[in-house]
Design a protein around this ligand. Structure first.
Ligand SMILES: O=C[C@H](O)[C@H](O)[C@H](O)COP(=O)(O)O
Length: 256
């Protein structure tokens, strides 16, 4: 009886700790995203809007500032999710076709190294994010502290690669024989079969462990050369600044 009660209390404690750490991660994302929007958004900007859970806080803050300061900003989405966010907040929606030169892009990351190289695509969005970031003068990353790492794959052990569906087996075999690791076709969660991106492609998650010496730039270029590869989640040399929300409520900023 006594032991059973202890076991129950331990279970409750573990559950509460889990909820607490999830809450603190969410507040870390929020503080980082809000600070980035406070420091970078000005009147008359064309802004690329990234995808994921952290960008939601950035868009919320952006909408507040647009309303309270009567700012004129055009938002260019990087995914279906980003477009829905922009529309739901009554922000001005633009597209790259009409606004091919952007002032700023704000986006999340799955991991970000000391030089601000990133792994992205954990949520299945990378191609439009990379196109939008490339055409923005300044890419700012917003994330919680768990994404701030020494080198890529230090914490986040997979690199998403968007591929043409017909080529996924050939690409999997080629990357494994060139660089090792294992590529797995990402499966959908509430649908039978593979996860299909906003662009109608598949995602191969490359489980690969690099080190501080790994040439991710070279690897990225080599993979991009394989026919059927649409793009990789390696964002090398693209971000100029990153904001990481810390557990104590502070924000660490990194510049290039
Ligand atoms: O595919 C998703 C995007 O690349 C996200 O920006 C990335 O996964 C980070 O997302 P989150 O802000 O949810 O950690």
């Amino acid at each position: 009886m006594y032991l059973r009660r202890i076991a129950r209390n331990i279970k409750i404690l573990t559950k509460n700790l889990g909820t607490y750490s999830k809450m603190s991660l969410e507040s870390a994302k929020k503080t980082a995203a809000e600070q980035a929007v406070n420091e970078h958004v000005k009147d008359n900007l064309k802004i690329g809007i990234g995808s994921g859970s952290t960008i939601v806080y950035a868009v919320n803050r952006l909408a507040e500032r647009v309303k309270s300061e009567n700012l004129n900003v055009i938002c260019i989405p990087t995914s279906f999710q980003a477009k829905q966010l922009i529309l739901s907040k009554d922000l001005k929606l633009g597209e790259l076709e009409t606004y091919p030169e952007l002032d700023l892009a704000i986006d999340g990351a799955d991991e970000c190294d000391i030089d601000l190289n990133c792994i992205k695509g954990g949520g299945g969005c990378l191609l439009q994010e990379k196109i939008v970031a490339f055409n923005a003068k300044y890419l700012v990353i917003v994330a919680d502290h768990t994404k701030n790492s020494e080198f890529l794959t230090f914490n986040y052990k997979k690199i998403p690669i968007e591929v043409s569906p017909m080529a996924y087996v050939a690409i999997k075999n080629r990357v494994e024989s060139l660089f090792g690791g294992e590529l797995k076709l990402r499966m959908a969660l509430a649908k039978a079969g593979p996860c299909v991106t906003d662009n109608g492609n598949f995602i191969l998650d490359w489980f690969f462990e690099g080190s501080s010496k790994t040439d991710f730039d070279g690897i990225n270029r080599a993979i991009q050369m394989i026919p059927g590869v649409v793009d990789t989640g390696l964002f090398i040399g693209m971000a100029k600044q990153a904001y990481f929300g810390m557990p104590d409520g502070s924000v660490i900023e990194k510049h290039i």
